[in-house]
Structures are given as C-alpha cells and as structure tokens.
Design a protein around this ligand. Structure first.
Ligand code: NAD
Length: 493
C-alpha cells in the first residue's frame, strides 16, 4: 500500500468536470501529512449545474419511470462494482479519514451489502387501496419519489453514510446530488463513477466537492425537494432553519452521547471488551460511540480496572498497518476539541485513569485512548459529544438511576445494556430515549433494521423499509366509477 495523490473530478450529468473557475483543493492524510487527494473546488455554479442535472433527470429522464425491477438490477451492479474496487476504495478512505485499513475493508463489505439490500426496496415501494368507500368509489394511495434529494455527508464514515442514503433514494426513483465532507471527498466521487459504469442514467447521481459552503447552497436551492443530512447537531440546526425558507423535507442524523449500561449480573469480561471497542472504534469519531459507560456500583472497581487494562492494550498508530486498532484523528480542529474537553474533565474533578494526551509522533495527529472515572452526569465530559477516544465512566445504583442518567443529555441516538436478566433489559430498552438500544452487543447493525435518533440526535429513519417512507411521499388517487350525482339541477332536500 503506497501513499499517493489521487486526482478527482466532479460528476455532473454523467460527465467528469472541473469547477467553472478551474480552482482545486487538496486533502492531506491526517496520519502521514502528505497530499492524498485533489478535487475541484466547487461553488454556487457547481451547485446549480448539479441540481439542474438532477432536476432534468427526475422530470424528463427514464429513472423515476422505469420498472422497479430494472432499477434493482442496476443497483445490484453497483454493489458488484463496489466489491470489485473494494481495495482501492478502502485505501482512499484510510488516507483521507485516518481510520485503520482493517476497519475500512470491513466497511467496504458493509457498503456493498447496503446497495444490494436497497435494491430489494425498488420492488417494494407500494401504497394502499381503499375499497370500502361505497360501490362507486375506489381510492388508492401511491408512494411517489420525493424528487431531487441533496445528501450532505460527514467525514467519519464517508462511503458508509453515503450508502445509507444514496441507494435507498435511488431505489424508489429519486435523483440525487451528493456532497461529501471537504475532508473526505475521494470515495464519494469514485462511487459516483461506479454508478455511471453500472449504467445508471446521466444526471441521476451527481457528486460535487468544494471548500466553500456548498451544503448551505444546496439547502437553500429551490430545485432541491429534500435534504438528507448527516453531521453535527449544530449544523443540523442550521440545515433545518435554512430548509424552512422553502419548506423542504429534511431528515437529520446527528450527534450522540451514547450510554452503555453494565448491570452487576452481566458477563463482565464481554462487557469490558465491548466497552473498549465501543469507544475506540473509528478513534471514537463515531456518532454511535459509547462515550458514557454507566456501571452498577457493586462491580464498578472490578470493571473499571479491567477497562483501563484493556485500554492500554489498544494499538494506536499508522492506519495502513494491519495491526492498528486506532488510527489518526481526522483534523486539527477535532484534535483541539478533544484536548480542550479532556482538560475540562480534569478541571471538573474527574479522575484521569489512563491516557489524556496527544501522542508524540513524528507526523500525523494521534491521541491516547483515554478513560475518565469518577465522572458526574453534570460534568461537560458526560454531556458533550467529544468525538474522540475518550471514555467517561459514571456509577449508578439500580436500574432507575441508570435510566435517569441515560436520558439526562440532549441527545438520543443509541443506548445499550449488559445484563443476563431479560426483564431488566426489556425495561431498559422501553425506557431509554434512544433510536437504537443494543442488548448484550454494541453497534451491531443490519441494512434491514432502521436507524436514527431521538431528541437532538435527529429526525427521520434510514435503512430498512422505513427508507421507502423517507424518500417517497403519498399521493391519493380517488376514482368514481358509477353515474354522477349532479350538483346543478339535482333536487335538494
Ligand atoms: P459537520 O456537521 O461539521 O459537517 C457535516 C457536513 O455538513 C459536511 O459535508 C459539511 O461540509 C456540511 N456543512 C457544514 N456546514 C454546513 C451548513 N451550514 N449547511 C449545510 N451543510 C453544511 O459534521 P462533521 O464534523 O463532518 O461530522 C461529525 C458529526 O457528524 C458528529 O457530530 C457526529 O455525531 C455526526 N454523525 C452523525 C451520524 C448519524 O448517523 N447520526 C453519523 C455520523 C456522524
């Protein structure tokens, strides 16, 4: 695996194009500090060109009109092409995001499966029939594609998150403008090329990149019918505000401060391993990171000691090394935020059990896997999304207190519990305000199972058959079959 610079172009209306003013920008690997990607620096004209192409493809092209079976066939071709190019895609993901290569390869497998599953929905988008309206009437409610969908993607799982949106919207006949993060634009553009190679018609998939605020231009654009956004809660608010001007449909997948609860009766060794995975996976730069560990008082000393021990065994380093479990922090602002919040945790009186510092490497930006114990739920390290390899351990006494702490942040993305008692897990699952609850596992996801957040973690649901509702809207068609009862000339009683 060599570190090299890849040059990319935008995909608009089936063509590889530059920004009109010819400007380009570069991304440097956060692990190696070398240039690894160069892209057109798009701006308002590129947003207009991409939205116009998607609009034409939706209004006049074959895509929304073709049989679902044909769309399904093309989406499965994309799934196959992703498999074919998995190694090249994984390498670009690693070089741009800093995530470990072993993880990127596993994600590529999941990405291909998302496209394969989404294809099935192309043949399952259907509505309802109403046949009890009297014998002269039949009404049907059909599901029609939303239209042009703008998809705005963050940097932490560039291809995976794009693939939680794009194939699902395409399956039901939408067209799309995909805007990746300026930090990780490469694989979105490569994916766009694969959709063209598979035979998806020109203009159906458009991919634009740039450092200017392309996202907010897309949100404002009158040619866009829906915005599907994944990113921070702060930007999610701006997206919702912007979209309100044109009353677009918005779906938001936002941040989290997700609690993993460990009851005293749990398999503690399994829970400890899961807790370490759940916070350090993807450097903790994961909306689903279990950044709060809630431990029942009676087993807390034992579990905390084990977690510190396992944390010290986590290998941090070059993401191209197959043994690495934690790679580089994606960018300087993110690293600064982690350092600031760790400082706040110490100042607030939490105990730094291990880690807490930037690693002194010759190049790149790496942070030690970090555990705080003695954390109180009011401290900022128990409330704010740190988005780094930093675990806050809190103690509780009984399920009621565990639920109270679980629901004590503004977020509600995911939550989990470790227990051998099914009654305890059921009670927790019903009382936790979270879009997903994991029982004796963490971050296990499937294309069939819907995903999304409660509270300020978002609105709308991705994946599974919920995606049909997400990317379609209902239209009622009422048909009268018998003789008309006249309005004019009829005898009124
Ligand atoms: P971000 O909100 O800074 O950026 C996300 C995207 O929005 C980027 O493409 C960015 O260019 C664009 N953007 C920035 N300002 C915009 C604006 N005003 N209008 C429209 N678009 C704008 O997020 P990030 O730093 O890239 O990603 C990290 C965040 O994403 C974390 O908060 C994480 O929890 C969240 N996230 C959520 C999920 C989920 O499914 N719930 C998944 C992954 C990441």
């Amino acid at each position: 695996m060599t570190i090299s610079l890849t040059n990319h172009q935008l995909l608009i209306d089936g063509n590889d194009v530059e920004a009109l003013d010819g400007r380009r920008f570069q991304r440097h690997s956060p692990a190696h500090d070398e240039p690894v990607g160069e892209y057109p620096d798009g701006a308002v004209p590129e947003v207009d060109r991409a939205v116009d192409a998607a609009r034409r493809a939706f209004e006049h092209g074959p895509w929304p009109r073709m049989a679902g079976a044909e769309r399904a066939r093309l989406l499965r071709s994309v799934a196959d092409l992703i498999k074919r190019d998995a190694e090249a895609l994984a390498l670009v993901e690693v070089l741009e995001s800093g995530k470990p290569i072993s993880q990127a390869r596993a994600e590529l497998q999941a990405v291909s499966e998302l496209w394969w599953y989404a294809a099935t929905l192309a043949q399952h988008a259907h509505g309802d029939a109403y046949n009890a309206l009297g014998e002269d009437y039949l009404a049907v409610s059909v599901r029609e594609p939303m239209g042009v969908v703008a998809m705005i993607i963050p940097w932490n799982f560039p291809l995976l998150i794009a693939s939680q949106k794009l194939p699902f919207a395409l399956a039901v006949g939408c067209t799309a403008v995909l805007k990746p993060s300026e930090l990780t634009s490469g694989t979105a553009l490569m994916l766009g090329s694969l959709t063209r190679e598979a035979g998806i018609p020109d203009g159906v998939v458009n991919v634009i990149t740039g450092t200017a605020n392309l996202g907010s231009h897309l949100v404002d654009h009158r040619g866009v019918d829906m915005v599907s956004f994944t990113g921070s809660t702060e930007v999610g608010r701006a997206v919702m505000k912007g979209a309100s001007q044109t009353l677009k449909k918005v779906s938001l997948e936002l941040g989290g401060k997700n609690p993993m609860v460990v009851m005293a009766d749990a398999d503690l060794e399994a829970a400890a391993d899961a807790a370490v995975f759940a916070i350090y996976f993807n450097q903790g730069e994961c909306c689903n990171s279990a950044s709060r560990l809630l431990v029942e008082e009676s087993v807390a000393p034992e579990l905390e000691a084990r977690i510190v021990e396992l944390t010290k065994a986590v290998t941090v380093g070059d993401p191209l090394d197959e043994q690495t479990l934690v790679g580089a922090i994606a960018h300087d602002d993110q690293l600064d935020k982690i350092i600031r919040l760790v400082g706040e945790g110490t100042a607030a009186g939490a105990s730094l059990a291990t880690g807490g510092k930037r690693l002194p490497t010759r190049r790149g930006r790496f942070f030690e896997p970090t555990v705080f114990t003695g954390v109180d739920t009011h401290m900022n390290i128990a409330q704010a999304e740190i988005f780094g390899p930093v675990l806050s351990v809190l103690r509780f006494d009984g399920l009621d207190e565990a639920v109270e702490i679980t629901n004590s942040t503004d977020f509600g993305l995911s939550a989990g519990i470790w227990t051998r008692d099914v009654s305890t897990s059921n009670q927790f699952a019903r009382r936790a305000r979270a879009g997903t609850v994991w029982v004796n596992c963490w971050m296990d996801g499937f294309p069939e199972v819907c995903f999304g957040g409660m509270n300020q973690s978002g609105m709308g649901r991705e994946l599974g058959r919920h995606a049909i509702e997400e990317y379609t809207e209902a239209k009622s068609i009422v048909t009268h079959a018998g003789e008309r009862t006249m309005w004019i000339g009829s005898e009124k009683t």
